[in-house]
Design a protein around this ligand. Structure first.
Ligand SMILES: [Zn+2]
Length: 169
């Protein structure tokens, strides 16, 4: 039986040492071993992830490098072609048309027109004094109040209503 060594220590020695430990010591050792294993798995995962990112960016860089070299050779040969043939170089179409950003048309909604409401005080026929200016209601005012249901003070213009408290002017 060949002996297995871990960090220079024989495997059987480790097993014997483990067997001689008390139960809580064995549990602690197992927990420690699992923790180390989990940590190793996490480290390996991040290392692989980093390597994958590295390979990805290297390939990407190589791609752009080749693309740039190809474009450079294209420009060189294009320049040579026009230099040799003597043809006028057409206007470069590389100038991208500057597209104006789409204009945002702000449609302002008209503010709702709130009808001006005047509050009216319900008055009784026998209390015929304006609460604003104190002038007594004339007979025509009282008559209007009873006929139309509302009336305005002839002096200050304060509105009064017979039934409800509000009316739209
Ligand atoms: Zn009044």
């Amino acid at each position: 039986m060949s002996e297995v060594f871990i960090f220079g220590v024989a495997w059987e020695e480790i097993v014997n040492w483990f067997a001689t430990q008390p139960l809580y010591g064995q549990i602690l050792v197992l927990i420690g071993v699992f923790a180390v294993l989990a940590l190793a798995v996490v480290i390996v995962y991040f290392v692989l992830k980093g390597v994958a990112y590295l390979v990805y960016y290297v390939l990407k860089g190589v791609f752009y490098l080749l693309k740039g070299i190809g474009l450079l050779f294209y420009k060189i040969f294009e320049g040579l072609y026009y230099a040799i043939s003597g043809k006028p170089k057409p206007e470069s179409t590389a100038v991208e048309e500057q597209q104006a950003p789409p204009q945002v048309i702000v449609v302002k909604e008209p503010e709702p027109i709130t009808p001006v409401q005047r509050t009216y005080k319900t008055v009784q026929s026998d209390v015929a004094f304006c609460s604003e200016c104190g002038s007594p209601f004339s007979d025509s005012m009282v008559q209007t109040l009873f006929n139309k249901g509302f009336v305005f003070c002839i002096r200050c213009g304060h509105g009064y209503q017979a039934n409800s408290t509000k009316i739209e002017s």
